[in-house]
Each structure stands twice: as C-alpha cells, then as structure tokens.
Design a protein around this ligand. Structure first.
Ligand SMILES: [Zn+2]
Length: 308
C-alpha cells in the first residue's frame, strides 16, 4: 500500500488578493514538488454529506459562510481572511480532501495520505473564521473518524508555527481527541500557553520563544512523543504547517526542511504500534514557497517510508 496525495482543482480558485501570504501558488508549488516522488497515488477531493460540517461548526455559522462569498471581487470574513467567488467551492473541497483521505485509508486503497489543499483550517473556531481559515478541515476530519468509523482515540499533532486555537477550542472538552501543538509564543493568535490542558488533559501546548533553534525544537518535541505514547492513538492526524521553517517570512522559529522529515518520522515510529500506520496529514501554513515545497516533500517522504 502507498501514500496518497489528495488535491482539489478549486484550491487555486480561492483568491486572497495580491500581496497576501496565503496565496494560490502555495498549493501549486507543493503539488509540483511532490510529483518528484514517484511512489505516490494521486486522488481528488470528493463530494461529501455537508451536514458533517455541523458537527464541528454551528449550522448558523455554516449558513452564514455559504452566503458570504462574493459574486465578484473579494470579501472579508475577518481582517486577514479574504474570500473570492472561487472560495465557495475551495472551502468545501478542502474539507472533502480529508474525508476522501480517511475513506481511502479505511477502505485500504492506501496506507496514509497528505491533503495538498487550501484554505487552511486550524484557526477556524466553531463560530468564527480567523487567520486565513474558514472551515476547520482537520477538526471536521476528526469528527468524521468519530461518527462514521467510531474511533475513540485520535491524536492531532499541529506543528504549524501558530497555535491552532480553533482545533483546541473545538476539542477542549472531548476526551476522544488529543490535541498537541508546538508553536511560537507569545505570538498570533495569542492562545496556546502550557496551562491550557483541556478538560481531560487532552491538550498539550508546547510554546516556544522566537529564535528557537532546530536542536531546541527537536528537544522539546520529546514531550510530543511522550504524550502520544501515553495516549496510544488509534488514528493520527497532522496539521502540517511549514511556517516554523527558518526562511518563513511570518515567524521566527529556525527549523530546516530536514527537520520536518525528522519530526514526522519520530512521530510515526513512536505511534505505529497503536495506529497501525493510519495517518492523515493536511496542509496548514508555510509562506516561503521554496521552503514550503521542500519541507512538504520531506514530510511526505517520511509518510512514504512507513509503507515499506
Ligand atoms: Zn501558521
């Protein structure tokens, strides 16, 4: 069995205006570099029952979002979160990619999957678009695992340089989901201090100061591994943001591209006895196109290695 990459053609139709860091080229450059790995299966985001969105967001929020897309030009959901006519399909397809990834793994079409889509999701809260995020793609995926496939222990590892306030908020009182985040702190969005632990001790925040080096980061990552071993996840998900890269223009953590391979491999090694290798990863941030493409390829290469 192989690793799949799930894409959607609509990802590049979600326009954010010139000069916005969360731009369509991000996905194009990731897809282009992933073509270098000849062991990947390629699949496209599929339609799904959109009532699934209501398990994560309020139905009022979902209907407000659906009404908000402009017929032409750009609109705003918050100061940073810009939408265009093409965002209507892109937002649904971003969620559809993770549904497709989960179904493919459960139906044994492939072993694990990476979703190369946008907009990202981890800042989106139950009733709030925020920080380039509209629907919380990974949270909807975790709810799908719980409701459709009856999983009781899902781990979400969020290595995006920003704290995933939305994902934390959605699962703060849900003992079926362990949310772990490593992020620059204090920084946008402001949440993610280590005292935020979840109702069931199901949240682990690892705040890191600006200027954190590779060695310091990898050292701190041991806490991620220990928490995962303690939790014993049946299914693992990565909120894969690559903006902790040293070349990223939005943050000040100094990881190399190779470090993303390292943390992926270490995470998968430590959990494979529990997950049986069932892993879905989805693109979040990462704003230097070269660093983003290179880091994503190394992250996906680590996913591929676990199929052998
Ligand atoms: Zn980010």
């Amino acid at each position: 069995m192989s690793t799949a990459v799930i894409t959607s053609d609509s990802s590049t139709d979600h326009l954010t205006g010139s000069g916005h860091p969360e731009k369509p080229d991000r996905v194009s450059s990731v897809i282009q570099v992933l073509k270098r790995n000849k062991n990947l299966i390629w699949d496209k985001s599929k339609k799904f029952d959109e009532s699934l969105l209501d398990l994560t967001h309020s139905s009022n929020y979902v209907s407000e979002v659906k009404k908000s897309f402009p017929k032409q030009g750009l609109g705003f959901l918050d100061g940073d979160t810009i939408i265009s006519p093409g965002s209507k399909k892109a937002t649904v397809d971003a969620v559809g990619s993770i549904v497709c990834a989960i179904d493919g793994i459960e139906n044994k079409k492939f072993k694990n999957a990476f979703c190369a889509v946008r907009p990202p999701g981890h800042h989106a809260e139950k009733e709030k678009a925020m920080g380039f995020c509209i629907y919380n793609n990974i949270a909807v995926g975790a709810q799908y695992l719980i409701t459709k496939y009856k999983y009781k222990k899902i781990a979400i590892i969020d290595f995006d340089v920003h704290h995933g306030n939305g994902t934390q908020d959605i699962f703060y009182e849900n003992e079926k989901v362990l949310y772990i985040s490593t992020h620059q702190y204090p920084y946008y969005p402001g949440s993610g201090n280590e005292n935020e632990k979840g109702k069931y001790n199901n949240v682990l925040n690892i705040p890191l100061p600006a200027g954190t080096t590779s060695d310091e980061y990898l050292n701190a990552y041991n806490h991620v591994i220990n928490k995962l071993i303690e939790f014993k996840p049946e299914f693992m998900m990565f909120s894969a943001g690559f903006d902790a890269h040293r070349d990223d223009p939005l943050a000040q953590i100094h990881l190399s591209s190779q470090d993303f391979y390292e943390i992926t491999k270490r995470t998968m090694l430590s959990t494979q006895n529990f997950t049986n290798g069932k892993v879905v990863s989805i693109l979040e941030g990462g704003y230097d196109l070269k660093a983003l493409a290179e880091s994503t390829l190394l992250h996906v290469n680590a996913l591929v290695e676990f199929n052998k």
